[in-house]
Design a protein around this ligand. Structure first.
Ligand code: DGL
Length: 264
């Protein structure tokens, strides 16, 4: 039987990662779970994020997935270091792929990291960057208003620009040449972030690197599908209509047949 890749996120934002997986792994089936009932994770305690993450992983394991990709930055930085090794299935988060790319890209060894409060407070990005290169100076800023802006479709305009200027000021002042977009939603704000920080700043969106890593693991384990048709299934814990209405913005195409599940 052909096994799928499982992907989960606190909600709809993880579709930015699913989009890249679909692009780079066109023959793989994908089962996506968005925890709409409990989003946002970015303001929750570590214990809660860990509990939700375990429940989501157990749901995906029931779908007999061969690998789990954690699209959510908050889960990847807060929960994954604690729970990753408790499961037999490979689990890929979004932190290390983004960190490797950023450390490779920076010339002046000043990297900015933006994400939810949970992600920034965990200091996981900072620690992983320092493990790769001790000389890098890391400036981290939480940008909590960016998620609702993206979900409301406010990707440009005066208000968003002003908020972005305020949040990104410490990065600009520190002269970073590379910024990790450490949240599922932020790739959609790339134009406004570029406008504030300048066109020469590298914006690192880890989705591409994550898909490369998933492909490598599947190839190593002899589990990569190289031909055939693929199916993509979408599950949510609440409000499939809301998910579908936002999905296009994140996935780049409409999503049909979203199912609601009660897995907890
Ligand atoms: N998916 C989350 C992340 O990437 C953002 C939304 C949330 O706070 O749940 O950190």
């Amino acid at each position: 039987m052909k096994k799928a890749i499982g992907v989960f996120d606190s909600g709809v934002g993880g579709l930015t990662v699913a989009r890249e997986l679909i692009r780079q792994l066109p023959f793989e089936d994908i089962v996506y779970f968005g925890d709409i009932a409990r989003v946002p994770y970015g303001i929750k305690s570590k214990e809660t994020v860990i509990r939700f993450s375990i429940e989501n992983i157990l749901f995906l394991l029931k779908q007999e997935v061969k690998l789990i990709c954690v699209a959510c930055n908050t889960v990847s930085s807060v929960a994954l270091p604690v729970i990753k090794n408790h499961f037999k299935v490979p689990i890929v988060g979004v932190i290390s792929p983004g960190v490797r790319e950023a450390v490779y890209a920076t010339q002046n060894k000043r990297i900015g990291v933006i994400g939810t409060r949970g992600t920034i407070n965990s200091r996981t990005y900072e620690n992983e960057i320092r493990q790769l290169d001790r000389q890098v100076k890391v400036i981290s800023v939480a940008c909590p208003l960016f998620v609702p802006f993206v979900e409301e479709g406010w990707l440009s305009g005066k208000v968003v620009l002003e908020v972005a200027r305020t949040y990104l000021k410490p990065l600009k002042n520190a002269g970073v040449d590379t910024v990790i977009l450490g949240c599922t939603h932020y790739p959609l704000l790339k134009p406004i972030i570029k406008k504030v920080l300048g066109k020469d700043v590298n914006l690192i969106d880890s989705a591409k690197q994550v898909a490369i890593e998933v492909k490598e693991i599947l190839a190593q384990d002899g589990l990569l599908n190289k031909s055939g048709r693929s199916k993509h299934k979408f599950y949510v814990s609440d409000n499939p209509q809301w998910f579908s209405s936002l999905a296009r913005r994140f996935l780049g195409r409409p999503v049909r047949g979203v199912s609601k599940v009660n897995h907890v």
